[in-house]
Design a protein around this ligand. Structure first.
Ligand SMILES: [Zn+2]
Length: 321
């Protein structure tokens, strides 16, 4: 009996210590240890959120144990991620992973064309992940983040030449009413007339309306403001008012959370992309699909090799721009 009393007391003491440590860490996220504790606390909170929101689901509609991929069709699909395109001559920021030279981009597209790749839409990709659509081998998705004007002035003609399709994840608040008159400047964004003129190649999806910046504090780090889910309701409405009413989204900087996914799903979003490297498969979590970063000098053939591990040469999973 005495023995049990001792154990109970010890357990109680450990529990009290842990709770105190967590409480301290959450309120004082300053050093590495408290940061770790804060992160674990975050995980516990997410689990509790999932358990208390029974309508939250990250379960695929597809039963992986019985699902079989049709023979001779794609077992996985790469989703390429581009940002900003610039002719080699103008490019002074060679180390910037968000830039690809126009020359490299042209070579990428020629390679895909010569190798017999077929670009698919996000609607087709969603059906593929849900197991409702088989895709030809060498199916691929091309995406651009942020919605720069050079996606229209430089990428669009190349894509059009090869009959390719691509998705632009645009930041709603950055869309211009008219194209800039002095020609595309560095970091200038696409305009409404340009978007309308490019619908034969591009589909337009969400990179949020105005949540593409950091400033929300979590565990002592400044993270994208979209993780403060109180901002999401209004942002989604503003995006819809811009005319971009889509169920597809790319997370700013690749960051997401259980709460954010729940909110987005409530607003009708069905598929979303991170910047975590990897290929997409039937049965994957639709709200956390991976993408492959392509930048100046990327060996596209190696990147697209089945079973390749592109992680080594890529930026960290949350290093979008
Ligand atoms: Zn971005």
């Amino acid at each position: 009996m005495k023995h049990w009393k001792k154990i109970t007391l010890s357990v109680l003491a450990i529990l009290t210590c842990s709770i105190t440590l967590y409480a301290y860490a959450v309120t004082h996220p300053t050093n590495a240890m408290s940061h770790k504790a804060c992160t674990s606390w975050d995980i516990v909170k997410h689990k509790a959120f999932q358990l208390s929101h029974t309508d939250y689901s990250n379960q695929s509609v597809l039963d992986r144990s019985t699902f079989k991929i049709e023979e001779g069709t794609a077992t996985e699909v790469p989703v390429l991620m581009y940002h900003y395109i610039e002719p080699k001559l103008n490019n002074n920021q060679t180390g910037n992973k968000s830039i690809i030279s126009l020359e490299d981009f042209e070579q990428n597209m020629k390679y895909l064309h010569d190798e017999g790749y077929r670009t698919i839409t996000l609607d087709q990709l969603e059906q593929y992940v849900n197991g409702k659509l088989s895709l030809p081998l060498k199916s691929i998705v091309i995406t651009f983040d942020d919605g720069y004007q050079n996606n229209y002035t430089l990428a669009y003609p190349v894509l059009q030449k090869y009959n390719f399709h691509a998705s632009l994840f645009v930041i709603g608040s950055k869309i211009q009413d008219q194209p800039s008159e002095s020609g595309p400047a560095i970091n200038s964004f696409i305009s409404k007339p340009e978007m309308q003129a490019a619908t034969d190649v591009f589909e337009f999806n969400s990179h949020t309306y105005n949540l593409h910046h950091k400033g929300f504090m979590r565990c002592g780090n400044s993270v994208p403001v979209g993780l403060d889910t109180r901002l999401l309701d209004e942002d989604v409405q503003q995006m819809k008012q811009t005319g971009i009413d889509t169920p597809y989204l790319a997370y700013p900087f690749g960051y997401t959370s259980t709460q954010m996914i729940y909110k987005l799903q409530q607003h009708g979003y069905r598929m979303a992309f991170t910047v975590k490297p990897g290929f997409v498969h039937p049965g994957d979590d639709l709200m956390k699909l991976p993408r492959l970063t392509v930048t100046t000098g990327t060996d596209l053939a190696a990147l697209l090799q089945p079973g390749s591990s592109p992680q080594n040469e890529l930026p960290s999973s949350e290093d979008d721009q």
